[in-house]
Each structure stands twice: as C-alpha cells, then as structure tokens.
Write a protein that binds this ligand. Structure first.
Ligand SMILES: Nc1nc2c(c(=O)[nH]1)N[C@@H](CN(C=O)c1ccc(C(=O)N[C@@H](CCC(=O)O)C(=O)O)cc1)CN2
Ligand SMILES: [Mg+2]
Length: 297
C-alpha cells in the first residue's frame, strides 16, 4: 500500500480562510487591521519570490502589508534603524526579516533587535526560550505548519517516537520542542549522526530538515510512519533543467510510509499560511484580545 499524501496546499487554503475570517472580525468588531512588515535585503531570487508571495497573501487575507526592499550593501546600522521604527509603529503587528541575509550582516543581532511581541517568525531568543520552557511564544512558521498537519493526520501524538533530522534554529530545534510538548519521545539527529537509518527505522514520525536532497531513504522508514519533508532542494535533472526535491527520497518512501508530505506542495505552502496566522495572533495579543482558535498551538 502506498502512503497517503498530505496535501499542504489544501491545509494552507483552510488556514488562510481562518485567518481571513478572524481579520474581518477584528475589523468589524474592533476597527483593527493586522499589519505585517516584511524586510528583504538584497536580491536573492528565491527570497524575492517568497517575499512577493507573503505580501500578496497578506493582502488577500485582508491585512495590511508593508514591504521594505533594501539594497544588498545596506549597513547593519541602517537595518537596525528600520527595525526600531517598525518596533515603534502601532500599525505594524508583525515584523519579519527575510533570511538568508547578506554575509556582512549579523543574523542573530538583527533578529534579536525585533520586538519579541512582533516577531512573527518566532526566531528571537526570547521566543525560542519561551518555547523551550513550554510557555506561550511566537512559534516559528515552518514547525508550526508541520505540527498542524501532524495533529490532523495522527490525532494524538502522545507517546509516539519522533525523529527530527536537522538541528537548525529555524526548523529542527523548534520542531523538536513542539513535539516534546505533544509528549512525543523526541530524538534530534543530523547529517553527522552515525546510526541514522536505525534511528529513523524506530520512528513513528520523521521530520526531515537536513537540507540535503533525497537524504532519507525509503528503506530506513518504519512501515506506516508519518513523514514530514521540510527540504527544498533544486537539483540538476541532466537535461539542463532543475527539479525541486525534498530531503526524503519520496518515490521509495511513499511505498513504506503511512502518510507523507510531497515537495513541492507539502510543508512550503504552510510556512506562509502560518506567518499570516502568527500575525493575527500577535495582533490579538498586542490588544489583549482573546486569541482565535486554531491559529497557533
Ligand atoms: N524570515 C524567514 N526567512 C526564511 C523562512 C522563514 O520562515 N522566515 N523560510 C524559508 C523561505 N520561505 C519563507 O520565507 C519559504 C520557503 C518555501 C515556501 C514554499 O511554498 N515552497 C514551495 C515551493 C516553492 C518553489 O518552487 O521554490 C513548496 O514547498 O511547495 C514558502 C516559503 C527561508 N527563509
Ligand atoms: Mg551572515
């Protein structure tokens, strides 16, 4: 039997509808329009696509979108000045600096300059700390989207063995924290882990976020496991064209897994939908309004 395909696009549509519903409620009932500021430094082509998509989806959900496109040689002082302005702007409820940043900019310094209450990426050390200690935080968008899909497909995650392959601050570590909060038994593995096939073979849930194309093989996966593929890798096809693949060898994994996210069309679309959800959550928190159900965990 082949795996059920977890359709991230459908999930994202449903989540964006919830966001739009709550946005119109905020407007009608409280005369508040959530606002999201997105800052892009430089001309990385993939980042330009993501930022355009974020702006478009923000407006479609009925929110205000503020875009700041800065040249690649922007100084740290200039960027920090803009962040301070956005921190002080009461029309802005969410701030996001698109990553990666150009080499000369200190990513941690820049992220930690964002007001944690407006940190809709959930990358600020305060939010990372709150999440790690099981407190109310802004939750990073990609892991949040993964957890929403996992809850839907698996129901209760309590007691399940979860292996997260990848240890980034953006995905691997927060994903592990979220799964731990769901009472999973969590193992964080990475590209240097020695007995990876064995570890993956014991997992009911595999989250692949290692950043290496087709790294996780179908033969490693436990029959019936749920596989979430966070990887987005462009590989050469041989005919001069490129193809988008995940960190999981989808064709072999789908023969073994119980359910699996495809690439594209799995985790990716949920990342931006969760960003919109986080913006509404941040907006509600800023006015001490009740938080809508289903937009965060
Ligand atoms: N500040 C941030 N920077 C980055 C984040 C982030 O969450 N915050 N994540 C990624 C990029 N990203 C959003 O910013 C993102 C990546 C992928 C997708 C997506 O929908 N992917 C599609 C495929 C798109 C394609 O063809 O390239 C899919 O998987 O179906 C959305 C958002 C790094 N930077
Ligand atoms: Mg850098």
């Amino acid at each position: 039997m082949t795996a059920q395909i977890i359709d991230g696009k459908n999930f994202a549509v449903a989540l964006r509808e919830k966001v739009a519903e709550h946005t119109s409620y905020l407007k009608e009932k409280h005369n508040i329009t959530p606002g999201l500021a997105v800052v892009l430094v430089g001309e990385d082509p993939a980042s330009q696509v993501y930022v355009r998509s974020k702006g478009k989806q923000t407006i479609e959900a009925g929110m205000n979108s503020y875009e700041y496109k800065l040249s690649a040689d922007t100084s740290e002082t200039e960027l920090l000045t803009l962040i301070n302005q956005l921190n002080a702007d009461t029309n802005v409820h969410g701030i996001l600096v698109q990553l990666p940043l150009p080499e000369h900019l200190d990513e941690a310094l820049v992220i930690n300059a964002i007001d944690p209450a407006k940190d809709v990426d959930g990358f600020h050390i305060s939010n990372a700390g709150l999440l790690a200690t099981g407190q109310k935080a802004m939750v990073p968008c990609t892991p949040l989207g993964c957890l929403m899909m996992l809850r839907e497909y698996c129901g209760s995650l309590s007691g399940l063995n979860a292996v997260v392959v990848g240890r980034s601050n953006i995905v691997g570590k927060p994903m592990a924290q979220l799964l731990l909060k769901e009472s999973c038994t969590v193992t964080i593995a990475h590209s240097r882990t020695r007995n990876l096939p064995e570890l993956v073979g014991g997992a009911d849930i595999v989250v692949a976020a290692v950043g290496q194309p087709l790294f996780i093989k179908g033969e490693w996966i436990k029959p019936g496991a749920t596989v979430i593929d966070v990887g987005i890798n462009r590989i050469e096809q041989g005919d001069g064209m490129t193809r988008l693949v995940g960190d999981v060898d989808f064709e072999t994994a789908r023969e073994v897994a119980g359910a699996i996210t495809p690439v594209p069309g799995g985790v990716g679309p949920m990342t931006i939908a969760c960003l919109l959800a986080n913006t509404v959550t941040a907006c509600c928190r800023s006015y001490s309004l009740p938080e809508p159900q289903g937009l965060t965990v």
